[in-house]
Ligand binder design. Structure first.
Ligand code: NAP
Length: 254
C-alpha cells in the first residue's frame, strides 16, 4: 500500500528539476501523475521516465500556466485522462535576475506571471474539483529568496507572495477538506541553479561547492530532498497542517 494509491497529482514545471523529482516520488508511492510544462516534446519524454506503479499512469501536458485558457484545458485533460485530481503542486518557475535599476517591466511581469498568476490560475481551476469532492492538497514552491536575495527583487517578491497565497488559501479552503502548504527550498541542484552559475561566469561544480560551504549541513540540496518533504505535506499524515511554509534549506537562510 502506497500513501498515494488511487490519487492523481498534477505538477507544474514537472518536466525537469524539482517538479520531476516530486512527480517521481509521488508516483513511487502509488500516484498517477500529470506533468504540465512548456515544451511538449520534453514533457512527453519526461512523463515516460516517471516510475509509475501498476495500474497508475503518467502523462505529459504542454501548457503555459500563466494563461487562463491553457490552465483550464490542462486541468480538464488531467481529469479526463487520469480520472480525477487530488493533489496540485505549483512548482513551475523562472528567474529574470537584475538589480532594480536595470530590471525591465517584462522581467517583473514574467516572473509574477509564472509564480503568482500561474499558481492562482491552477489553484482556482483545481479547487472546483477539490471542493466538490471535499478533498485536495495544494503545495506551492516558495524559496529562501523570499527572505531577500540581491538582484532578484521580482523573484523574492513572488516567493514571499506565495507564502501569503498559502496562508490565505489555507483559511479559505480548510473547511472543504483542502490543505494548502508551501515549501521554501534553499540551493537545489537543477537547471535553474546551474543556469545561474553560468550567467555569473562561474564553474557549475565550484558554484555548488561554494554554496555547500556556507550551508550548515555542508551540502547543497537535491530534488529528492524537496520531494521527500512534498510527499509528506501532500499526504494524509499532514492533514492537520495547513497554511504553512516549510524551509528545506539545510539550515541556510541565504
Ligand atoms: P527548473 O529546473 O528551471 O524547472 C522549472 C520548469 O518550469 C521548467 O521545465 C520550465 O520550463 C517550467 N516552466 C517555466 N515557466 C512555465 C510556465 N509558464 N508554464 C509551465 N511550465 C513552466 O527549476 P527548478 O530549480 O526545478 O525550480 C522549481 C521550483 O522551485 C521553481 O518554482 C523555483 O523557483 C523553486 N525553487 C528552486 C530552487 C533551486 O535552488 N533550484 C530554490 C528555491 C525555489 P522551460 O524550461 O521550458 O522554461
Amino acid at each position: 500500500m502506497g500513501r498515494y494509491d488511487g490519487r492523481v497529482a498534477v505538477i507544474t514545471g514537472g518536466g525537469r528539476g524539482i517538479g520531476f523529482g516530486i512527480a517521481a516520488r509521488l508516483a513511487e508511492e502509488g500516484a498517477s501523475v500529470a506533468l504540465v510544462d512548456l515544451d511538449e516534446a520534453a514533457v512527453t519524454e519526461a512523463a515516460g521516465r516517471v516510475p509509475v506503479r501498476d495500474g497508475a499512469k503518467a502523462v505529459g501536458i504542454a501548457a503555459d500556466i500563466s494563461a487562463a485558457e491553457a490552465v483550464e484545458r490542462a486541468v480538464g485533460r488531467v481529469v479526463e485522462e487520469l480520472g480525477g485530481v487530488h493533489v496540485l503542486v505549483n512548482n513551475a518557475g523562472i528567474t529574470r535576475d537584475n538589480l532594480l535599476h536595470k530590471m525591465s517591466e517584462d522581467d517583473w511581469d514574467l516572473v509574477m506571471g509564472v509564480h503568482l498568476k500561474g499558481a492562482f490560475l491552477m489553484a482556482r481551476e483545481a479547487q472546483r474539483h477539490f471542493v466538490k469532492q471535499r478533498y485536495g492538497k495544494i503545495l506551492t514552491l516558495s524559496s529562501t529568496a523570499a527572505l531577500s536575495s540581491r538582484g532578484q527583487v521580482n523573484y523574492s517578491t513572488a516567493k514571499m507572495g506565495v507564502q501569503g497565497f498559502t496562508r490565505t488559501l489555507g483559511v479559505e479552503l480548510g473547511p472543504f477538506g483542502v490543505n494548502v502548504n508551501a515549501i521554501a527550498p534553499g540551493f537545489i541542484t537543477t537547471e535553474m541553479t546551474d543556469g545561474a552559475a553560468r550567467r555569473l561566469g562561474r564553474d557549475v561544480e565550484e558554484f555548488r561547492r561554494a554554496r555547500a560551504e556556507v550551508t550548515p549541513v555542508r551540502r547543497v540540496g537535491s530534488p529528492a530532498d524537496v520531494a521527500a518533504a512534498a510527499a509528506f505535506l501532500c499526504s494524509d499524515e499532514a492533514s492537520y497542517i495547513t497554511g504553512q511554509t516549510l524551509y528545506v534549506d539545510g539550515g541556510a537562510r541565504l
